[in-house]
Ligand binder design. Structure first.
Ligand code: FE2
Length: 412
C-alpha cells in the first residue's frame, strides 16, 4: 500500500450528533464530516447542545470560509476540547449581536485526542455589510471579531484578494506572510495548497491555524487541496467549502472562482472535474473567471516543472471558458506565464495567464527559463494581491520585505 493510500485508509473522523437526526433548518451549505476516504456524510445534530461545556471550552483557531453564497452566508469554524458540544455563533451589525446560529461539532481524528471542531453557518446576511460575531456558547464566548460579506453576485463592486500557498513545514514564514497580506486588507484569501508538510499531523495544522489568529477569523479563505494534504480527514474536518470541498465554484461580485483538486483519491476524478468545469464555466456570465488548484500546468520550476496532464486536460477548458488567471502552487517560487491559448502566447484579454504562488514558507526551488511560456519568475517567499475595479484587474506580487516582484494588468 502506498503512503498516500495508507494515510487515506487510516484516518477517519467521527461525528458528534450521530444519535440525532440532521437539522432540517441548516442553511448555507451542508456540514460534511468526512468518514472513510472522502465518502462524506452530512452530520448536523438537531440538538445544538448549547449548554454542554467541557473542561477547556474556550474557543480557539476560529476561521472563516464559504460553503455557499459569499454575499449572504458564511461558514465559521473553531476548536475546543473534546467534551464541549456547544456550537453557537452570535452575530449582528454591532456588538449587541442579535442573531444566533447553531452548528455541529465533531472530532478531529478517530477520537477526541485532538479536541473538537465546531462549524456553524450564518445565513440571510446582507451583502456588502460588516458584521460583528463571537463563537462558543453562553459563558464561554470568544473575543468579538468582525467579517464583511461579499457584494451581491454579478455586481461590479471593486474587490481585492490575496493569494499564497505552500507554507508546508514553515509556519513561522506563513505567519509573516499573513501579517504582510494584512497590510493590504484583502477581502478574502486564496490558498493554493500544501498548508502543511504532512496532512495527517495535527500539530502542523495547529501551527497553521495558530498563525492565522487575527487573520483567518476576519477574512474568509478558499483552499485548494495539495498533495501534502494527502486527502486526510484533518483537511476536510478543519475546513468548510461548497459541495465536496474538492471541486466547486462560487461567485464574488462580478467574479467566478473555480476550485479544483489535482491530487485526487479516485482514478477518473480529474476527467470528472474537466467535464464539470466545462459545464460550470459555460453557465456563468461573470466578467472575471479565476481557477485555483495546486499543481501548475505551466511552470519553469526545476523541481516539478509543468504538469502536462493538466495542460491537456484542464487548460483548454479554462482558456476556452474565459479564465483570466489560473492560480496554482506546488512549485516553490513565484511565476507568471505569458497569456496562453493552446500553449501559444496571446493577449491577456484572449488568453489565460498562469500564476504560481507557492512561497508561503516551504523551501524554495530553482527556475529554468528556457521555455516559451514563462514571462516572470522569482525565487522568493512571496504573496500576490489582486485588485479588480472598473473593468481592470491588477495583480501584484510582493516579497516579504514588501518589494514588488511583478505587476500584471488586464481588462475585461
Ligand atoms: Fe505540492
Amino acid at each position: 500500500m502506498s503512503l498516500f493510500f495508507a494515510l487515506l485508509a487510516c484516518h477517519t473522523i467521527e461525528k458528534i450528533g450521530a444519535d440525532t437526526a440532521p437539522a432540517a433548518d441548516m442553511c448555507g451549505g451542508e456540514i460534511y464530516v468526512p468518514r472513510a476516504g472522502y465518502d462524506t456524510e452530512a452530520a448536523v445534530p438537531a440538538d445544538p447542545h448549547a449548554a454542554t461545556f467541557g473542561a477547556a471550552p474556550e474557543p480557539f483557531h476560529a476561521h472563516l470560509s464559504w460553503a455557499d453564497d459569499p454575499s449572504t452566508t458564511l461558514a465559521v469554524l473553531w476548536r475546543t476540547d473534546a467534551d464541549t458540544l456547544a456550537t453557537q455563533v452570535e452575530y449582528g451589525i454591532d456588538t449587541s449581536y442579535g442573531g444566533t446560529a447553531n452548528g455541529a461539532s465533531f472530532f478531529v481524528g478517530a477520537d477526541g485526542t485532538n479536541g473538537r471542531v465546531h462549524e456553524a453557518h450564518l445565513c440571510d446576511l446582507t451583502p456588502g455589510t460588516t458584521y460583528h460575531y463571537r463563537v462558543g456558547g453562553e459563558g464561554h464566548w470568544s473575543a468579538d471579531k468582525t467579517f464583511t460579506t461579499a457584494p451581491p453576485p454579478g455586481t461590479a463592486a471593486p474587490f481585492r484578494f490575496a493569494i499564497s500557498g505552500d507554507s508546508r513545514d514553515n509556519q513561522e514564514t506563513w505567519g509573516l506572510i499573513l501579517d504582510a497580506m494584512e497590510t493590504h486588507a484583502p477581502d478574502f484569501y486564496l490558498f493554493s495548497g500544501d498548508a502543511v508538510d504532512l496532512g495527517v499531523n495535527m500539530t502542523e495544522w495547529d501551527a497553521w491555524f495558530e498563525a492565522g489568529e487575527g487573520h483567518l477569523d476576519q477574512r474568509p479563505i478558499l483552499l485548494a487541496h495539495g498533495n501534502h494534504e494527502f486527502q486526510v480527514q484533518n483537511y476536510y474536518a478543519l475546513i468548510a467549502q461548497p459541495g465536496n470541498e474538492q471541486w466547486f465554484s462560487l461567485d464574488y461580485a462580478d467574479a467566478h472562482f473555480v476550485v479544483l483538486n489535482d491530487t485526487v483519491a479516485s482514478a477518473g476524478d480529474k476527467e470528472l472535474q474537466a467535464a464539470w468545469m466545462e459545464t460550470d464555466l459555460a453557465a456563468t456570465d461573470a466578467k472575471w473567471k479565476f481557477a485555483l488548484h495546486h499543481m501548475p500546468a505551466y511552470s519553469s520550476c526545476t523541481t516539478h516543472g509543468s504538469n502536462t496532464d493538466l495542460q491537456t486536460l484542464w487548460s483548454p477548458i479554462e482558456e476556452a471558458g474565459g479564465v483570466v488567471v489560473d492560480f496554482a502552487g506546488h512549485n516553490h517560487n513565484y511565476e507568471r506565464s505569458y497569456p496562453l491559448r493552446d500553449g501559444a502566447q496571446t493577449t491577456a484579454e484572449l488568453g489565460t495567464t498562469y500564476v504560481v504562488a507557492a512561497g508561503a514558507g516551504a523551501n524554495l526551488y530553482g527556475n529554468d527559463l528556457s521555455n516559451p511560456f514563462t514571462e516572470v519568475a522569482e525565487i522568493s517567499h512571496h504573496y500576490v494581491i489582486v485588485d479588480v475595479a472598473d473593468g481592470t484587474l491588477t495583480l501584484t506580487a510582493y516579497d516579504l520585505a514588501g518589494n514588488v516582484l511583478d505587476t500584471f494588468t488586464t481588462t475585461r
